[in-house]
Design a protein around this ligand. Sequence first.
Ligand SMILES: Cc1ncc(C[n+]2csc(CCOP(=O)(O)OP(=O)(O)O)c2C)c(N)n1
Ligand code: SF4
Length: 244
Amino acid sequence: MSVVYERTKGLNQNQSIYCPGCTHGLEHKLVMEVLEELGVLDRTIGITSVGCSGLMFRILNTEVVTSLHGRAPAVATGVKAVQPDAIVYIHQGDGDALSIGMAETISAASRGENITVIFANNNIYGMTGGQMAATTMVGDKATTCPAGRDASLDGNPMRACELISQVEGAKYVERVAVYDVPHIIKAKKAIKKAFQNQIDGHGYSFVEILSTCPTNWHLDPLASMDKVKNEMEAVYPLGVFKDE
Ligand SMILES: Cc1ncc(C[n+]2csc(CCOP(=O)(O)OP(=O)(O)O)c2C)c(N)n1
Ligand code: SF4
């Protein structure tokens, strides 16, 4: 009998650290499969942000460096500088990348750092219990906007790909989703391209993945996937924003 599917060597045997229906785990799996297919698992260093995915070191078989909230781009820059042969990537949430870490995100893109960013946009601060994030959509409820985000009071949601694609140093910027198999396949292709760019020395690549947080959205896993498809995609359109 031939083997048609195997667990990627990039994931260890530990139980998932995420809530049921959270897409962080699926995103790690895609990243690890890509790194294994590219043959670079043993020279990859992941940089965690602060947020739920900050615990990714528990389930990954790659090296992982933990950084302070919002500071993953600076840590990734330093790691790449001292280990230029390492494949360095960041997995960070929207609170980390676009709120406390916005300056770092834009600066790393502007410098054209040869790193890969996997940006999980789940519309909310997950780890700390569901506060409004820079990405929270107008009308969506969070603990800090219980009546729903009001643009006149709280500002408008920030669109990462639209912003970062305007930054000169950014080379590849794409937004993907993972709510069904065709989209998962597309997301994996984008992730692979982002890592291939780094291997080829092309510079800064940014992949935004529309993600779920069933726990703080107060939805079950299937309804969460539907929300991404029916609501998030309208505010955050999928596609390639830059490919130089
Ligand atoms: C300097 C600092 N400020 C605030 C916090 C609290 N904090 C921890 S995680 C987090 C937000 C995480 O949200 P996000 O980046 O969207 O990731 P998620 O948990 O949703 O994956 C905040 C505000 C902190 N750890 N450090
Ligand atoms: S709180 Fe949200 S982001 Fe964090 S693990 Fe649970 S579902 Fe995922």
